[in-house]
Design a protein around this ligand. Structure first.
Ligand SMILES: Cc1ncc(COP(=O)(O)O)c(C=O)c1O
Length: 316
C-alpha cells in the first residue's frame, strides 16, 4: 500500500459557522455546519483522529481490519477514511439504521454486519469485542469509550468555535451519541469562559439523563439506548428534552426556509438552542451544531411523510 499524507481526510474539519435569525422570536442562534464534512457528518472528525493516532503509534498495519459499532454516521466516516487509507473496514450496524447508511458504507468499500439491537447498541459493541478476541488483525476504534474522541473535539471543534464566534459563548447545546462532542467542545468552551453553560439535548422519548427509560424516538444518530461512558467527562449545566415531532418540523424548516439540507438531530439541536436562549439568562452567543446531512434520511419519516401536493397530483 502506498500511503499519501493528503487525501479525503485532509478535507475534514474547519467547518463554517452561520448565524440563523428567527425573526418571530427575535433570536439568533449560531450553528456550526458539521454536515459539510466530506462524508456528511461530524463523525468524520473522530474517524480521522483515531485512525491517524493508531497509524502514528504503529498499531494499524496494512492487513488491519477496522471494526466499529455505529448507528451509521461513524460507520460511514470510518469506511471513508479507512477505505481511502487502504484498510479493510467492517461496520456493525443496528437493523434499525436507515438503509442510506448501509448503502453509503458499502459504496465507500466497507462491509456491513447487521445486528438485532432492539434499540440497544451494547449488543453490537459486545460483538466487536468478540471479533477482536478472535482475530489479531482487528483494530477497534471504540468510539463509545475512547478518550481520543473527547480530545479530538477539545482540540479541533471547540477551538474552531472559539476562533469563529466574536465575543463570549454563553450556551452550547448538543445531542449525544458517544458524548465525545459534548465533553470535548464543552471543556474547550468552559476553559475559555467558565460562565459558558453546556447543555445536553435528549429525545423526550429517551431522556436517559432526565431519568426516563430509553424508548423509540426518531432523532437518528443520538441517544442509542444507554448513557455512554464518555459522558462522565462532560461537565453539564443541564439537559433538555425535545420531541421527535418538534425535531422533525424544525428540520423541515431548516431545509425549506434556510436552505440547510440537514438531518433530524440538527433540527432538535436548534429547537433546544432557541428554548435555552429564551428561558436561560444567557450572556453571550447561543451555539449548536448541524451534525449531518438530510440525504441520509430519504427513507425515514423526515421525507416519507412529506409527500408534496404536486407529487400527489401526479400520483392520482
Ligand atoms: C447525527 C449526530 N451524530 C453525532 C452526534 C454527536 O455525537 P457524539 O456524542 O458521539 O459526539 C450528534 C449530536 O447531536 C448527532 O446529531
Amino acid at each position: 500500500m502506498t500511503k499519501s499524507s493528503v487525501g479525503v481526510w485532509s478535507l475534514i474539519g474547519n467547518t463554517p459557522v452561520l448565524p440563523l435569525h428567527f425573526s418571530e422570536l427575535d433570536q439568533t442562534i449560531w450553528v456550526k455546519c458539521e454536515f459539510l464534512n466530506p462524508s456528511g457528518s461530524i463523525k468524520d472528525r473522530v474517524a480521522a483522529y483515531i485512525i491517524e493516532d493508531a497509524e502514528r503509534r504503529g498499531i494499524l498495519k496494512p492487513d488491519s481490519i477496522i471494526v466499529e459499532c455505529s448507528s451509521g454516521n461513524t460507520g460511514v466516516a470510518m469506511a471513508m477514511v479507512g477505505g481511502a487509507k487502504g484498510y479493510r473496514v467492517k461496520i456493525l450496524l443496528s437493523e434499525g439504521a436507515s438503509p442510506e447508511r448501509r448503502w453509503l458504507i458499502r459504496q465507500l468499500g466497507g462491509e456491513v454486519i447487521l445486528f438485532d439491537s432492539n434499540g440497544d447498541y451494547t449488543t453490537g459493541i459486545d460483538i466487536t469485542r468478540q471479533m477482536a478476541a478472535e482475530d489479531p488483525r482487528v483494530f477497534l476504534p471504540r468510539q463509545f469509550e475512547n478518550e481520543l474522541n473527547v480530545e479530538d473535539h477539545l482540540t479541533t471543534t471547540g477551538q474552531e468555535l472559539l476562533k469563529q464566534i466574536d465575543g463570549p459563548i454563553g450556551v452550547f447545546v448538543n445531542g449525544y451519541g458517544t458524548g465525545g462532542t459534548l465533553a470535548g467542545v464543552g471543556k474547550a468552551l468552559k476553559e475559555a469562559n467558565s460562565a459558558c453553560q453546556i447543555w445536553a439535548m435528549e429525545p423526550a422519548e429517551a431522556a436517559m439523563l432526565g431519568g426516563e427509560m430509553p424508548c423509540c424516538h426518531h432523532i437518528e444518530g443520538i441517544a442509542d439506548g444507554f448513557v455512554p461512558d464518555l459522558m462522565k467527562y462532560a461537565t453539564l449545566d443541564g439537559h433538555i428534552k425535545i420531541t421527535s415531532d418538534e425535531a422533525r418540523s424544525m428540520t423541515r424548516r431548516l431545509n425549506s426556509e434556510f436552505g440547510l439540507l440537514v438531518g433530524t438531530s440538527s433540527g432538535a439541536n436548534v429547537v433546544a438552542a432557541l428554548r435555552l436562549a429564551k428561558e436561560q439568562n444567557v450572556e453571550g452567543a447561543v451555539v449548536t451544531l448541524l451534525c449531518d446531512r438530510a440525504e441520509r434520511y430519504f427513507s425515514t419519516a423526515l421525507f416519507q411523510e412529506n409527500v408534496f401536493d404536486d407529487e400527489k397530483a401526479v400520483l392520482s
